[in-house]
Write a protein that binds this ligand. Structure first.
Ligand SMILES: Cc1cc2nc3c(=O)[nH]c(=O)nc-3n(C[C@H](O)[C@H](O)[C@H](O)COP(=O)(O)O)c2cc1C
Length: 188
């Protein structure tokens, strides 16, 4: 196998982190990889907000918990209210939020997901761990939470596609689960 395919196969979702910071150069490399994701008609209509450091991430976590109590935006209410829940699995010192402008791209979900895919893989290639975090999507349009995101620089025009917690892996990374069978057909 070549390096890229090996990295794709070895990457795992990491949910246990040390508090060691991600280096600036590593963050830049991750964001550069993000910026090379394919996009609908090369519209590159994505935006990444990177929150560096536990203080910023804890502030986000508190806002998420608050917004998740608002009726209509409470899909993850019980989940995020659990005292053991934090948006960054407690220690991850880098958190990135990915959005796409649906006025520019016809495929915001696909574009944003590919950006996130590149981020996950780039983090893995740098010996960092990363995990897609889905809970922000449910509150992205709750007015208070949206105003908070806007105040951080996340464009009001953009749909929030997903977010990623990134940091140094604590302990042994999990092994890949068995791949499902019978999901590929090749006709020659
Ligand atoms: C769209 C999407 C949303 C996800 N949301 C979460 C999440 O909120 N929290 C989490 O711990 N993992 C989340 N994950 C990670 C998946 O649980 C993980 O990819 C899956 O269990 C397979 O494990 P692997 O990534 O190690 O191969 C998400 C993954 C995807 C693709």
């Amino acid at each position: 196998m070549n390096e890229v395919i090996t990295a794709i196969m070895e990457r795992r979702s990491i949910r246990s982190f040390t508090t060691e910071m991600v280096k600036d150069g590593e963050l830049e490399a991750i964001l550069q990889a993000a910026s090379y994701a394919p996009t609908f008609r090369n519209t590159q209509a994505w935006f990444v907000l990177a929150l560096v450091g536990l203080d910023r991430i804890r502030a986000l976590d508190a806002r998420l918990k608050e917004a998740s109590l608002v009726p209509g935006f409470d899909r993850y209410r019980d989940f995020v209210s659990n005292p053991s829940y934090t948006v960054n699995y407690k220690n991850a010192p880098l958190f990135v939020i990915v959005g796409v402008n649906p006025e520019i791209s016809n495929c915001p979900l696909q574009d944003g997901s590919l950006v996130i895919g590149n981020i996950l893989l780039a983090a893995h290639s740098l010996d960092l761990g990363a995990c897609w975090i889905n809970q922000l999507g449910a509150v992205a349009n709750e007015p208070g939470f949206r105003a908070y995101l806007t105040s951080l620089g996340f464009p009001a025009t953009h749909s929030l596609v997903g977010s990623v917690a990134i940091g140094h892996v604590k302990g042994e990374p999990p092994k890949a689960t068995e791949r499902r069978h019978g999901q590929i057909t090749i006709l020659r």
